[in-house]
Design a protein around this ligand. Structure first.
Ligand SMILES: C[S@@+](CC[C@H](N)C(=O)[O-])C[C@H]1O[C@@H](n2cnc3c(N)ncnc32)[C@H](O)[C@@H]1O
Length: 877
């Protein structure tokens, strides 16, 4: 135990378990020694001193006091209760302390070793303060009032120089401090752990509370939303309801979910929670992944519905969406795979069009509304089954009626004939959903391109604008749009016109001779509407949308060059050039008739005889002006024809010279082949190889006449080329009647027949015989008649001669008709009828009651060519 006593553990300040026998240490010596900075129990210390003995700095006081004191007997218990530690100061004291320690009954080794961790905190704190903590002021000043400058700056008491001469004590003090430090650290760790545990528990509790609060809040908000929606309707009629709403809005009065349902029920207003709207752009927007090209649109839709596949529309990959492009298509409707237009060449997103006033739906202007025959629309209904899905055989579809709840039993999910309803839905989406935008073209002004894909025959955009009468249309063209280059006029129903100058984006869709869209008209809810639909090939993202304008040029002035750039381009917007005359003539007929009708005031269709001199004069004036106009048109037509013929002549000349060259080449090669063959056969090989010898050998052979060999061929070729040259000269100069340049040479339209002496390889072949040359020469005659008919010499009707004379009379200047002007009613009528008849024959169309000068403007419900939807261009002459 003695060695143990010298050990650091003996310096433990934890005295609770230490019992020290102090009876033997009444000697004041012990009290003389400065108390080490430990709480080793003093062996002799008065009660007073013991009160302050817990501080090392009290040692001098103890020392001072103990000097005169007499040892007082102390019981073991008393000493322990007083707990007045006092460390020995000197070796003697130490020794005596050791000896006294011999009487110590128990030591808590753990405590002495500083490893006990369960020492009561209160006790520890009280005693550690003495050792470790920085002393408080009260500590620094001892009871005697002198400053404790012996306190070590790290908080440990520093023994006086006279007191610290004992290294053991010094060491003890240090060790005590270290032990205390260790205990403190371990205790701190414990405290931290405990604090952490507490924090976690507290956090969990808070989280639970928060969750509960959140749930309550959520219910409250939902309830408020519902009740607000319900009440807002009744707000105006019932103010008390508003009060209730406000009350309900208070979170504190949030009802339970059951209450919710009860309250929502009466109003039957259910506010749906908002769903996330995905931006549908990128590859294949609008294209369904599981689209099966073999099935119709409706069947596809049905299939999708039955499958209930949730389709990821964001960037579907070509492996899904492009499948139908790669598969064998039974309908042979192929499309090239294309990357979206702006993947590598981004375009300006928005083209701003000046002066375009948008209209989203048709609007009647002026008299149009009054004149619109609403009861004209016949009702149509279908009896399709859900399996049919209002497909190809749907009666409404066939009749160009859109299905709706009134004429179709199917629901909108099962019915496939509701394109305008689909469009309405789509229009609510974003612009990618809507799927079209204005673009700028290189040489055709603005155009429209797709920003998504469209299935074959899928609706794209409505053609809507102002619905105007023909009279209004004429007025606008004459005055308002006089200087315009583009017109946005479309023939419509009831002989009216949609003027999309103020209208939808569809007005910017350009013409193409090989279009990818179609303009169709449907009756929707009893009213006709027009829209652009995808063609049978469908539309890919980025494609420019086009349709065939089927342009009615209205006047030869307005025939426009087509720049669609397709292989089968007709060269002009509208019908083929040879149909121009038909159109202009029919326009003249219609115009003349209209004017005469106006003068006569008769009902449409018939021209009755004028019965007043005034009317007669008027009709005569009209007839004259119409004559002048007709002449003008004919002159224009002739000019156009001339131009076409000139082009054709140039083209023919090119062909002829090419063929001549080819024939010459073939003749020469044949000749040389024959010569070579002969040389080879007749001459020895070395001679043939010798350059010097070869001319001689040829000469030799030439001099040998062979009947029917070279001479006739030479002559024929020379003659043929002479004939060709002559033909070309004729074609270039005098003769203008040749086929148009772009007439395709198909089996159905052979370029030449036996009576057509144009220069071809066959004619050249026939020219190889001298006997046929004469025939070829004689057969040559102008071709123009066969291709482009002259209005003054029309071959279109069987009674050519009669028509010719009629036309000549009609078209000829008055002087040629003996300056006779029609003066009587009969003669006027005769003249008009004759001219009308003649013109009709000329153009080969007899469209009775064609109307007011617009061919095909009657729309779909009219007879004749009225079933054609046409764009209209230009003003009447
Ligand atoms: C209905 S607008 C079409 C939109 C027009 N490009 C624009 O910029 O407003 C019809 C006019 O466009 C032009 N156009 C349309 N397609 C054309 C084509 N294939 N070739 C030449 N011009 C065309 C013609 O000037 C025509 O009169």
């Amino acid at each position: 135990m003695a060695s143990r006593g010298a050990s650091p553990s003996s310096t433990s300040s934890t005295l609770s378990c230490i019992t020290v026998q102090t009876g033997k240490h009444s000697n004041s010596r012990s009290s003389m020694s400065a108390s080490p900075p430990t709480s080793t129990p003093p062996t002799s210390q008065g009660d007073e001193a013991s009160i302050v003995s817990d501080a090392t700095k009290m040692e001098p006081l103890v020392e001072a006091k103990e000097e005169p004191s007499t040892p007082q007997p102390q019981t073991k218990e008393h000493a322990a209760a007083e707990q007045t530690p006092e460390a020995p100061k000197s070796e003697g004291t130490r020794r005596s302390a050791r000896s006294s320690r011999a009487s110590v009954t128990t030591y808590n080794v753990q405590i002495l070793a500083g490893t006990a961790i369960h020492t009561p905190t209160k006790y520890l704190e009280q005693h550690h303060k003495n050792v470790l903590h920085k002393p408080s002021e009260s500590d620094l000043v001892d009871g005697a009032g002198h400053n404790s400058d012996k306190v070590h700056k790290n908080g440990l008491s520093k023994p006086d120089s006279e007191d610290t001469d004992d290294p053991v004590e010094e060491q003890l003090a240090t060790e005590t401090a270290q032990a205390a430090q260790r205990r403190r650290s371990s205790r701190q760790v414990d405290l931290r752990k405990e604090a952490a545990r507490n924090l976690v528990a507290a956090g969990e509790a808070v989280a639970q509370k928060g969750q509960a609060l959140f749930n309550t809040g959520k219910q409250t908000v939902q309830h408020i939303l519902r009740s607000t929606a319900t009440d807002s309707r009744a707000k105006e009629s019932d103010k008390s309801v508003t009060g209730t709403t406000l009350k309900r809005a208070c979170p504190s009065t949030a009802p339970t979910p059951d209450e919710d349902e009860e309250e929502v029920e009466p109003g039957k207003v259910v506010v749906k929670s908002k769903t996330k709207k995905w931006l549908q752009q990128g590859l294949y927007v609008g294209q369904h992944r599981d689209f099966e090209a073999r099935l119709s649109e409706t069947q596809n839709r049905m299939r999708r519905k039955s499958k209930q596949v949730h389709e990821n529309k964001t960037l579907p990959l070509p492996m899904f969406a492009g499948e139908r492009l790669l598969k064998t298509d039974p309908r042979k409707e192929w499309r090239d795979f294309k990357l979206p237009f702006d993947t590598y060449s981004p375009l300006n997103r928005k083209v701003k069009v000046d002066g375009w006033q948008k209209l989203q739906k048709n609007r009647f202007v002026g008299e149009a509304s009054a004149l619109w025959k609403r009861d004209k629309q016949d009702a149509s209904s279908c009896s399709c089954s859900p399996e049919d899905g209002c497909g190809e055989s749907c009666h409404n579809r066939v009749m160009s009626y859109e299905c709706d709840s009134s004429n179709c039993k199917l629901t909108s999910e099962h019915c496939g004939n509701r394109p305008f309803a689909e469009l309405r839905k789509r229009a609510k989406g974003n612009r990618y959903d809507y799927g079209v935008e204005v673009m700028e073209t290189e040489d055709r002004g603005y155009g429209v391109r797709a920003m998504r894909t469209f299935e074959p025959h899928q609706i794209i955009v409505e053609y809507a604008g102002e619905i105007i009468t023909q009279a209004e249309c004429e007025r606008r063209m004459r005055f308002e749009y006089k200087k315009n280059k583009c017109y946005y006029l479309m023939s419509f129903d009831n002989k009216m016109i949609i003027d999309a100058t103020r209208g939808t984006i569809a007005r910017f869709v350009n013409h193409s001779c090989e279009p990818n869209c179609e303009m169709n008209k449907l009756v929707v809810g009893g009213e006709p509407r027009m829209a652009l639909f995808a063609g049978p090939r469908g539309i890919m993202t980025g494609e420019e949308l086009t349709y065939d304008y089927n342009f009615d040029p209205f006047s030869s002035k307005n025939i426009q060059e087509c720049r669609c750039g397709t292989e089968s381009c007709r060269g002009v917007l509208g019908p083929k050039p040879k149909d121009w005359k038909k159109l202009t003539a029919s326009a003249i007929i219609a115009g003349t008739k209209r004017k005469i009708q106006e003068v006569l005031g008769s009902s449409r269709g018939s021209v009755s005889a004028p019965n007043s001199p005034q009317k007669k004069r008027k009709i005569a004036t009209i007839a004259n002006s119409e004559l002048t106009k007709t002449k003008k048109v004919l002159a224009e037509t002739a000019a156009t024809r001339e131009k076409a013929e000139k082009d054709a002549a140039e083209h023919a000349a090119q062909i002829a010279s090419r063929e001549a060259r080819a024939s010459r080449r073939s003749t020469i090669s044949k000749k040389s082949q024959i010569l070579r063959r002969r040389t080879r056969t007749s001459l020895p090989v070395p001679l043939l190889k010798s350059k010097k010898q070869s001319p001689v050998s040829v000469k030799t052979h030439r001099s040998v006449p062979k009947p029917g060999a070279l001479k006739p061929i030479n002559r024929a070729s020379r003659l043929a080329s002479r004939v060709m040259k002559r033909n070309v000269r004729v074609l270039k100069g005098k003769n203008r009647s040749l086929p148009p340049a772009r007439t395709p040479r198909t089996p159905a339209n052979p370029p030449l027949d036996s009576s057509s002496p144009n220069i071809t390889s066959s004619s050249l072949r026939s020219a190889s015989g001298a006997s046929k040359l004469k025939q070829t020469k004689l057969q040559f005659r102008p071709l123009g008649r066969d291709i482009i008919s002259d209005p003054l010499d029309s071959p279109m009707t069987s009674d050519d001669d009669e028509d010719d004379s009629t036309m000549r009379e009609f078209a000829a200047p008055p002087s040629r008709r003996g300056n006779k002007r029609p003066t009587t009613a009969n003669s006027v009528k005769k003249t008009i009828n004759r001219s009308v008849r003649g013109t009709k024959r000329m153009v080969g169309v007899a469209k009775a009651g064609a109307g007011l000068g617009f061919k095909g403007m009657g729309g779909l419900n009219e007879g004749g060519s009225g079933s054609t939807i046409r764009m209209i261009t230009g003003a009447d002459d």
